[in-house]
Ligand binder design. Structure first.
Ligand SMILES: *[C@@H]1O[C@H](CO)[C@@H](O)[C@H](O)[C@H]1NC(C)=O
Ligand SMILES: *[C@@H]1O[C@H](CO)[C@@H](O)[C@H](O)[C@H]1NC(C)=O
Length: 383
């Protein structure tokens, strides 16, 4: 056992247990296991990638640190080795244990982005030993046919119309900038507000949103990292750009917030209501007055918050009978499936193989669940 109460693995008939910190408990369980069954014990030292040195990598197959080859160092993930700055990779098919590295000549001291070539830089070198270009420029290391250049070039991307281009994330191609950045010459500068990868005009929606999820019935609320990252940008993109994906994501967040409606608060449902009101004058969908164009249908009446009351006190009818004239009726259940980001994924037939029996309440009541969707259906069978 580790002298500092270090972690311990006990392997007992297909059971791998990891104990850390609680040395006493670990010891107790260890003894218990030893007495419990006639099984083999294996103890291996616990190592994590952060335990490996700068010239070692964490070998995921042996769960231990292994040494890198010469002129190599740990990669950024820690799971492999890369050449040191100023050294290029010479193997055609490198793998983590057997890359080989060769120093670049002094007249071409930088390593190309792909790691395989040596090149002269028009400007400065980064700490990684690669060429660096000023902001708004891309690095060109090959000619148009793919032949490596002896000296790399930095080319400026033209952000004016009709080019409207911007360096891509790898910094090696000028690409048309995304539509929400076009009004501001491809950069989202103040007073515009960048959020969620989009650019918003200032003053359309306060950035001071409330990212908490309120469980009113359980009387507690938590701050959601998902809401912190996406609530403002989804609301703004839905409001300003009528972005359907963002509107669905905002609707999902209101539902995740249990339709709670705090009145003045800029929480998910409050923001949904803000967008909803901004569309009041527009037409409705499918002749349903409370289903506004571009938005999912969340409000069951003009009154925000009604949905949560309906859910709690006056549930929508979910009981169907097959008696009398309805004999031999078939109910087809269809689910519209969206991911949490609001992307429509598919229609899915509910029933058959994707409904599983989960519980029996009385002898004639059966609960079915849809494991992937997490929704369930009670079916009462009558004679
Ligand atoms: C972008 O500019 C056009 C024309 O100047 C304007 O009509 C439009 O409202 C602007 N869009 C945004 C989101 O600022
Ligand atoms: C719509 O919103 C989504 C999610 O916020 C975003 O990823 C996407 O880029 C937006 N589309 C456009 C055209 O702005």
């Amino acid at each position: 056992m580790g002298s500092k109460g270090g972690p311990l693995f006990t392997m007992a008939t297909e059971t791998l247990l990891l104990f850390s910190r609680h040395r006493f408990l670990a010891y107790l369980l260890f003894v218990l296991y030893r007495n419990l069954a006639d099984c083999q014990q294996f103890i291996i030292p616990f190592k994590s990638p952060s335990d490996c040195g700068a010239d070692e990598f964490f070998d995921i197959s042996s769960l231990s640190c292994s040494r890198c080859g010469s002129n190599q160092r740990q990669s950024s993930t820690g799971f492999s080795c890369i050449c040191q700055p100023g050294y290029r990779t010479t193997n055609v098919i490198p793998d983590k244990v057997s890359i080989t590295c060769e120093q670049c000549p002094t007249n071409r001291p930088a390593v190309t982005k792909d790691g395989f070539g040596c090149v002269r830089c028009p400007g400065t070198l980064s700490d990684e030993g690669k060429c660096q270009c000023p902001p708004g420029h891309i690095l060109v290391e090959r000619d148009i046919n793919g032949n490596p250049l002896n000296e790399a070039r930095c080319e400026a991307c033209n952000s004016n119309s009709p080019a409207l281009s911007l360096a891509d994330i790898r910094g090696d191609r000028c690409e048309r900038c995304t539509s929400t950045f076009i009004n501001s010459s491809c950069v989202c500068t103040a007073p515009n507000v960048p959020a969620g990868g989009l650019c918003f005009p200032s003053g359309i929606l306060s950035t001071n949103v409330n990212p908490s999820v309120n469980y009113a019935q359980l009387k507690f609320s938590v701050q959601s990292a998902w809401f912190v990252a996406n609530l403002y940008s989804s609301s703004a993109a839905c409001l300003v750009y009528s972005n359907l994906t963002a509107c669905q994501a905002l609707g999902n967040m209101c539902v995740m917030n249990m339709h709670s409606f705090g009145g003045l608060s800029a929480d998910a449902c409050g923001l949904f209501n803000t967008v909803y009101r901004s569309k009041a004058a527009l037409s409705s969908v499918q002749d349903i007055a409370y289903w506004k164009v571009d938005l999912p249908w969340l409000f069951y009446g003009d009154e925000p918050g009604l949905a949560s009351r309906v859910l709690q006190t006056d549930p929508v009818p979910t009981v169907f009978s097959f008696r009398g004239r309805n004999k031999n009726t078939v109910i087809e259940l269809l689910a519209a499936i969206y991911d949490v980001r609001g992307e429509f994924l598919r229609w899915e037939q509910v029933g058959g193989s994707n409904l599983q029996i989960a519980a029996h309440r009385a002898s004639n009541q059966i609960k079915f669940v849809h494991p992937a969707l997490g929704c369930f259906l009670w079916v009462a069978v009558e004679d």
